[in-house]
Design a protein around this ligand. Structure first.
Ligand SMILES: CC(C)(COP(=O)(O)OP(=O)(O)OC[C@H]1O[C@@H](n2cnc3c(N)ncnc32)[C@H](O)[C@@H]1OP(=O)(O)O)[C@@H](O)C(=O)NCCC(=O)NCCS
Length: 216
């Protein structure tokens, strides 16, 4: 099936986010905590508002959509961060009022996120600019395993190669093979942890990966 990859506008981003959260299907504890109620209309709206805000304040962030080449239907998308001049500052996740139902839900999400980025931040620190980060990516379940994910990934990696940038991402088990096939190597594999005060740890396993830059 032929797929087309293009820059995504705000309306596309809304569609891409609904696809990405549908992919996770409410089954990933990390996603559920960081993007609460993503499969409800209210949660979706808050997530869209939050991601469009990031887009408006972070010029290094860009989104791409992948569409069915015959029907034009958007089947997935990715959020990238191309840093050429400056590395991203460390940050705690936040969202518009109402994103989390309680302060403790928000604190738990922030704790999970801090664990999520430990190895990723080290890669950002240890590698010279330019660097490309893949922040999120997803393909509609009915279009998976048809090459759409590869097309989307390759579009970003072509840019990385043109810029001679290394590419950094954090994968789950589903993405591993696709990333390995495209030259990513795992630097760390571990389960997310949170401080004891939050009670039980999750069973969310992450792989922090890098694809080295292509030299001229
Ligand atoms: C991970 C994900 C992005 C991959 O997207 P995808 O479109 O399914 O990826 P591709 O089709 O390009 O490649 C996946 C597999 O399909 C195979 N494939 C590609 N084209 C194919 C075709 N025409 N027929 C059959 N299989 C095909 C690929 O060889 C690859 O096989 P492998 O897993 O054995 O290596 C997608 O599964 C997804 O959105 N998952 C849920 C969200 C998620 O986990 N995102 C990544 C988080 S880091």
């Amino acid at each position: 099936m032929p797929f087309k990859v293009e820059a995504a506008n705000d309306a596309d981003i809304e569609k891409i986010l609904s696809i990405i959260f549908l992919c996770y299907g409410g089954k990933n504890e990390y996603i559920n905590a960081v993007f609460p109620r993503a499969l409800t209309e209210e949660g979706h709206k808050l997530n869209v508002e939050r991601m469009l805000f990031i887009n408006s304040v972070a010029p290094s962030v860009f989104w791409e959509k992948v569409s069915d080449g015959e029907t034009g239907q958007i089947v997935g998308g990715a959020m990238w961060n191309l840093c050429e001049q400056q590395k991203p500052p460390p940050y705690d996740i936040d969202g518009p009022p109402g994103t989390w139902e309680s302060e403790s839900d928000k604190a738990y999400a922030q704790a999970l996120q801090r664990s999520f980025v430990v190895d990723e931040n080290r890669l950002w620190e240890d590698n010279e600019l330019p660097l490309l980060g893949l922040a999120m990516m997803g393909i509609s379940p009915e279009f998976q395993r048809k090459g759409a994910g590869a097309a989307l990934l390759e579009s970003g990696l072509n840019l990385a190669d043109a810029k001679q940038a290394a590419t950094i991402l954090v994968s789950n088990e589903d993405g591993l093979r696709l990333y390995e096939k495209h030259g990513f190597e795992t630097q760390n594999e571990r389960d997310l942890t949170v401080p004891e005060e939050f009670g039980q740890n999750t069973d969310v396993r992450i792989w922090t990966m890098i694809r080295e830059r292509k030299s001229a």
